[in-house]
Design a protein around this ligand. Structure first.
Ligand SMILES: C=C(OP(=O)(O)O)C(=O)O
Ligand SMILES: [Mg+2]
Length: 567
């Protein structure tokens, strides 16, 4: 195949590597996200500062209307993300800061840039979830600049053919609009294994490679073959490789379409396959072929509000979900406030390190009513339906905290009570903690952040957050062993459970259920059916004995059943 343009990233090497983020293979031409509009060198002279301030305000308003319009065509999480961004564009503080700049002599576009920049710095300094919102603000800035300078609106490219989307990173407003018919795969230069892009790509079933530094050199229309299982991008693949990748994608589609029913290893050991659920239509969630819900993230009821929802409001919402899962397990996680999920009414004072602060179950030390009201609502909804309801608290660090949550939940009338294991301290004392609860569920996203001392909202250190890190797996094994000794079920509900090969390792380490987004279920179910429980143990031993995440992944890829490894 003839080269169309020089490819700096491919010079002397046609294979780029990154982090495998969402499984599957795809071949297609690159379509890059357009660079954001930049301010021209020539800066017009301001004649009327008031008029410039009005133009800036109108541009922000226009961006907000545009985002609201897009939200109206979407549902669930996607609509909520865009509406929240529209609210940000309408924030009077943003318009006030822009007006301050026009008073100081800035034309409207320059004023919007400065106002958004100053606001972004504030968010970044706050850290955690707020720092992540800085990307939303950059998107608002770029859109408002495009409006003011009469330039094309930045956003997803539309080359008119199915393509591989290549970007530095994707803003939430972009990811929620991805067209699964058009976007064959995603390759990003930044972003870690638990980033927004990854969670969304997995939930849409789009293959993805993130943290791929070489992506910077990929040019529009260059053919690439993306391997979301191996984390590689082959630039200008030869026809033989392209054909093998297409066949692989086709095989995978057929195979997954035929995978149904409960999770079982080849020797019939049950491994319940459950769903991670957040905001959205309970009926749609219930219609998936799953054995229930392994993680109900209840934060969606509490976010973007000035007061907590009432017990009645919460009861109605839980009842609707429990009814959609009648007869099946539903694991409700109590409010995980703080750090990356801050709430206006659950403030706990300034924290320099919010990820290490008053968050998760710790919030109940400061706001005990939040948790008791929530448990009351869950118990009331539980009485209305036949779902097998379980509750668990996030960010529990000690056996005593676990026992405290158990007694609160029992007082509310709930009988299946567990905790999430997301803190190394809780994992290390699993033998003492597990006998005090009915079950545990390991949150590998947070457990990775605390084990590897790496902020999960940071795109810069994706290799350290890789859930194949042997240190993280060793801790999972500590909890799994305690589960076997105490006879308590051990679930995994972090993103790790959605990777079919890693799922085998987790089962080998003692996991008895796995919870993930719906599109990930068939591949995990299929991988399990190809391996006995002792195969899983052997794979787990290989992964834990490795000295890096990469080696662990490679060791398991070479030892697993060939049909489970998409090659
Ligand atoms: C499942 C988890 O919880 P969240 O991602 O909501 O913090 C986790 O930490 O792995
Ligand atoms: Mg967590």
């Amino acid at each position: 195949m003839a080269k169309t343009e020089p490819l700096p990233a491919a010079a002397g090497d046609t294979r780029l590597t990154g982090i495998p983020a969402s499984p599957g293979a795809a071949v297609g031409p690159v379509a890059r996200m357009a660079p954001p509009p930049s301010l021209p060198d020539q800066r017009p002279t301001v004649v009327d500062a008031g008029e410039e301030a009005a133009r800036a305000r109108q541009a922000l308003e226009q961006v907000a209307d545009l985002l609201d319009g897009q939200a109206a065509d979407l549902q669930g999480d996607a609509a909520a993300v865009l509406s929240a961004q529209a609210l940000m564009a309408r924030d009077p503080e943003l318009a006030r800061r822009a007006a301050e700049r026009t008073e100081a002599g800035d034309p409207a576009a320059w004023a919007v840039h400065a106002a958004c920049g100053a606001y972004q710095e504030l968010l970044q300094a706050a850290g955690g979830y707020l720092a992540e919102r800085a990307a939303d603000l950059a998107d608002i800035r770029d859109r408002a600049t495009a409006v003011l300078l009469d330039l094309p609106m930045p956003g997803l490219p539309d080359p008119g053919v199915p393509h591989v989307l290549v970007a530095d990173d994707l803003a939430p407003a972009d990811t929620v609009q991805l067209d699964v018919e058009r976007v064959l795969a995603i390759v990003t230069r930044y972003g870690g294994p638990t980033s927004h892009t990854v969670i969304l790509a997995r939930s849409l079933g789009i293959p993805a490679v993130v943290g791929c530094t070489g992506a910077a050199g990929l040019r529009d229309a260059t053919p690439v073959a993306v391997d979301g299982d191996a984390g590689t991008v082959e630039v200008e693949p030869d026809e033989g490789l392209a054909e093998r990748m297409r066949e692989r994608a086709e095989r995978r589609r057929a195979l997954l379409a035929g995978s149904t029913g409960p999770g079982r290893t080849a020797d019939d050991v049950p491994v319940a396959l459950l769903l991670n659920v957040g905001e959205g239509d309970p009926g749609k969630a219930g219609a998936h072929d799953s054995e229930g819900v392994g993680l109900l993230r209840t934060e969606f009821l509490f976010l973007e509000r000035s007061d907590p929802p009432t017990v009645e409001e919460q009861t109605a919402s839980y009842t609707a979900l429990f009814q959609a899962f009648a007869g099946r397990t539903v694991t409700v996680r109590t409010l995980d406030a703080g750090s990356d999920k801050p709430l206006a009414f659950a403030q706990t004072g300034h924290e320099d390190n919010p990820a290490l602060g008053v968050r998760g179950f710790r919030t109940s030390r400061v706001h005990p009513d939040l948790i008791t009201d929530q448990l009351t609502a869950i118990a009331a909804a539980c009485r209305e339906t036949s779902a097998k309801v379980r509750v668990m608290a996030p960010m529990v660090s000690t056996p005593d905290e676990a026992a405290e949550f158990v007694s609160l939940a029992r007082e509310a009338g709930l009988d299946q009570v567990g905790v999430m294991i997301e803190v190394p301290g809780a994992a290390l004392l699993a033998d003492r903690l597990l006998p005090r609860v009915d079950f545990v569920s390991i949150g590998t996203n947070d457990l990775a952040q605390y084990t590897m001392a790496t902020d999960r909202t940071l795109g810069a250190l994706p290799d350290l957050l890789d859930p194949w890190q042997p240190a993280l797996l060793q801790l999972v094994g500590t909890v799994g062993g305690a589960g076997e000794r105490s006879g308590r079920p051990v679930g995994v509900c972090g993103e790790a459970a959605a990777d079919p090969l890693l799922a085998l390792v987790l089962v080998g380490l003692g996991a008895t259920s796995l919870s993930m987004s719906a599109p990930a279920l068939p591949a995990v179910r299929h991988a399990l059916a190809l391996h006995t429980h002792s195969d899983c143990r052997r794979l787990a031993d290989l992964a834990v004995a490795a000295s890096s995440a990469e080696q662990a992944r490679e060791a398991v890829r070479s030892a697993a059943h060939p049909e489970a490894v998409d090659r």
